[in-house]
Design a protein around this ligand. Structure first.
Ligand SMILES: [Zn+2]
Length: 495
């Protein structure tokens, strides 16, 4: 029996967020162990589930879950939290070993306040623990900022190749399959990493759209070449101020380092030639609202790019709501994180009339609180389930205590206690609110809402709103990234 351990944590750290990722935050999100990890993830379409698929298809393989935690994107991770996670993971690996292999379901854009390459540091420590002979497989998110340390210390690295992320399961399954083949001595993976000094604007990261589609087709051509084991186009995460921030390419071949190098470099050069097209901005707020109001039917989905909860923002931005009010919009639906307002709704009860200001309370980047007169339509514990396609393949959601409000101007606002983003329309439906009854649906996110909203959207518009996930990277002060990088230094030359 081949015994493989799996352990890790997933965090996409937005260093511009005012909310640090503390140990208390991870504990609230859950630091799961053993059977609890299976219970939470085995029925999902996430990376962990992809690993276990290999256990089911191959009776000679056992994949043992040890420790796992997944925290919603927010600020950088405190030293206390990061060391705690590292220690729990390494202790569990040590206690249960020796292992034939290790599978790490990571994100790739985790940043510690003190240790910038948090994922790379974990992989390095796992390597030091298990030694050079035990294969390590790493499954990453497509927003990973990949460092040489990550790739050097792993044998196999796979990355989602879709954004929105609907292939987490398949990529992790491929990672586990390759790891098993390596353990059996059937393949000798060798990796090459290319990191052009290139940022991809969050709005140009949709993998079905150009120019990403062209780049992925090019990768597909390389994938068909003999000797290629796996190949990853990695979009990177621009809100992490670290040396490895940016786009990257990982090619893994069966014992052919020159081929791996050639392919990674070719993809990097192709991306560099597309750099202008990979950096287009969003629609200005006023234009987006004009187009939405002129649309013959709804719902018109307005993506609130500056308040992209999946990218680490607070989920309480009111910029679009204030503007929509000035435009006289009559039918608007949006979720808004405001734990204090939820508590007031819970105290008042369903049917109560409220007169208060909601949202815009987390910091000064996401708009002023919005004064409303409204009725409480429904209350819930904020837990809902979505078996349909969702970003990252997740199924269980928990926004904390939530309230649905109908404002006097006819809008529906769903108040949550945690910034849940709009990853599932169940966020509204579990409160009895039907999104398709609204002309304008404001979605907190850029790519993550797409799998759930696209089937019902009459039109989708990505709006250039301010916030910690603004598509305009010129609004951020970077201290640690490489220089020059395109498009932050438009004249950057490379190659
Ligand atoms: Zn991602």
């Amino acid at each position: 029996m081949i015994r493989i351990a799996t352990a890790g944590f997933q965090h996409e750290s937005n260093v511009f967020s005012a909310v640090p990722a503390t140990l208390a935050q991870f504990e609230r999100a859950g630091i799961l162990r053993g059977a609890a990890i299976r219970a939470e993830y085995e029925a999902s379409r996430s990376s962990l589930a992809g690993f276990w698929a290999v256990e089911r298809e191959d009776p000679g393989v056992h994949i043992e879950p040890l420790v796992f935690s997944r925290l919603t994107p927010m600020g950088a991770i405190t030293p206390e939290a990061l060391e705690y996670l590292f220690e729990r993971i390494l202790d569990a690996l040590r206690a249960g070993g020796p292992w034939d292999g290790v599978l790490l379901p990571l994100h790739g854009a985790a940043v510690g306040q003190a240790c910038h390459d948090a994922d790379g540091e974990l992989i390095k420590r796992v390597r030091a623990l298990v030694g050079p002979q035990v294969p390590i497989g790493v499954a990453l998110d497509m927003h990973a900022n990949v460092s040489p340390r990550m790739v050097m210390n792993a044998d196999i690295t796979t990355v989602y190749q879709t954004n929105p992320h609907i292939d987490a399961f398949e990529q992790a399954q491929a990672c586990a399959r390759l790891l098993v083949r390596q353990i059996r001595g059937e393949v000798r993976p060798c990796s090459a990493l290319a990191t052009p000094p290139l940022v991809v604007n969050i709005l140009c990261q949709g993998t079905q759209d150009e120019p990403m589609a062209t780049l992925l087709r090019r990768a597909d051509e390389h994938r068909r070449r003999p000797g290629v084991l796996t190949l990853s186009v990695v979009e990177g995460y621009p809100y992490a101020d670290v040396a490895e921030m940016g786009m990257s390419f990982i090619a893994i071949t069966d014992g052919q380092p020159a081929l791996a190098r050639e392919i990674a470099d070719d993809l990097a050069a192709t991306a560099w030639s597309l750099r202008e097209a990979l950096n287009q901005g969003g629609t200005p707020m006023d234009e987006a609202l004009r187009r939405a109001l002129a649309a013959p039917r709804g719902p018109v989905v307005l993506f609130d790019v500056g308040d992209n909860v999946g990218g680490g923002s607070p989920g309480d931005s009111t910029h679009l709501l204030h503007r929509a009010r000035e435009f006289g919009a009559r039918s608007v639906l949006q979720s808004l994180c405001d734990a204090q307002a939820v508590r007031e709704c819970v105290a008042a009860g369903v049917g109560a009339r409220m007169e208060f200001a909601v949202g815009g309370k987390s910091d000064d980047r996401h708009g002023r609180p919005l004064p409303v007169r409204a009725q409480v339509l429904a209350l819930s514990d904020g837990r809902y389930e979505d078996p349909g396609p969702t970003h990252g393949g997740f199924r269980h959601f928990d926004d904390g205590p939530s309230a649905a409000l109908r404002t006097d101007e006819g809008w529906t606002l769903v108040l949550t206690s945690r910034g849940g983003g709009t990853q599932s329309l169940q966020q509204f439906r579990h409160l009895g609110v039907e999104p398709t009854d609204h002309h304008i649906l404001i979605a907190k996110g850029v790519h993550s809402p797409r799998p759930t909203v696209e089937p019902v959207a009459a039109q989708m518009i990505w709006v250039a709103t301010p916030g910690v996930t603004s598509a305009d990277l010129g609004t951020f002060d970077y201290a640690h990234r490489r220089r020059p990088m395109y498009p932050l230094e438009p004249g950057a030359v490379w190659g």
